[in-house]
Design a binder for this molecule. Structure first.
Ligand code: DC
Length: 248
């Protein structure tokens, strides 16, 4: 059965899938936004940072020095990462060689070493290839540091998220407290600044805003306000993509 005109057009528009790339500094709420968008649009959600964290956890567990790049790279063939969406709990689960590592990858141990592992060219190539494969069919919201600049250069919607350092430190501090991690506010803030510095200044795929990314400061926005604004942008981009498809 064919639906009546306006409804049919609406369904067709919403069936056009796009790629949403969200980049930004640590603890800007990128994952929250990507997850909220994916839920609204029925898209896949991937937190690419979790993949870098999983590699870091593996390396640390093997007692390899994160600064010994050769040793880290030699382990890559032994690392298998899977990102699975747990519908019941509405969250992404990260499996490292078949084992759920969600809690461990958020530990201070991993947070303090992940930026060092992320500067390694081969680690990035290893993960970027997997991320591109996951997003090949579109219908994905992925967050990270190089999603709009490297992983999905042609993403239909690119957001560069930012918030002031005090807001970010407070958000992350509340998160670590809720998880029962013993870290002071100052330690949390220092870790964020440390990662910002390395992530933005590294040679390989540094964090920067793509020319065609929309800069979005969410310091004074609630989760709902942020979602409403970006969802409207996403819907506009979906309509544009649909028009291009119809034209061709
Ligand atoms: O998003 P996050 O804070 O969990 O990411 C952890 C680290 O992983 C971050 O400090 C830098 C690195 N990362 C990256 O280099 N590229 C990405 N696409 C995602 C994360």
């Amino acid at each position: 059965m064919r639906l009546e005109s306006p409804m049919r057009i609406f369904v067709e528009i919403m069936s056009e899938k796009i790629v949403i790339a969200i980049d930004g500094y640590s603890s800007c709420g990128k994952s929250t936004l990507a997850k909220d968008l994916a839920r609204e649009l029925n898209y896949i959600y991937i937190d690419s940072g979790a993949m870098y964290r999983a590699v870091t956890l593996y390396v640390l567990q093997k007692e390899i020095d994160v600064n010994d790049h050769e040793a880290v790279v030699a382990e890559l063939p032994n690392i298998q990462i899977e990102c699975i969406y747990n519908q019941e709990e509405d969250k992404m689960e990260t499996l490292l060689n078949g084992k759920n590592v969600d809690e461990q990858i958020r530990s201070p141990w991993v947070s303090q070493n992940v930026s060092e592992v992320s500067i390694i060219k081969e680690v990035r190539a290893f993960l970027v290839e997997q991320q591109q494969r996951i997003g090949a069919e579109k219908g994905i919201a992925m967050d990270g540091r190089d999603i709009g600049t490297v992983v999905f250069k042609d993403a239909e919607l690119k957001i560069f998220l930012t918030a002031d350092i005090e807001t970010r430190a407070r958000r992350r501090y509340e998160e670590v407290q809720a998880n029962g991690v013993a870290m002071s506010y100052e330690e949390v803030k220092h870790n964020l600044s440390h990662r910002d510095r390395i992530d933005s200044s590294r040679e390989e795929s540094p964090l920067f805003k793509a020319d065609d990314a929309l800069l979005f400061d969410n310091s004074i926005l609630s989760r709902q306000e942020q979602l409403r604004l970006v969802l409207n942008m996403a819907k506009r981009r979906i309509e544009e993509a649909q028009k291009r498809t119809v034209k061709n």
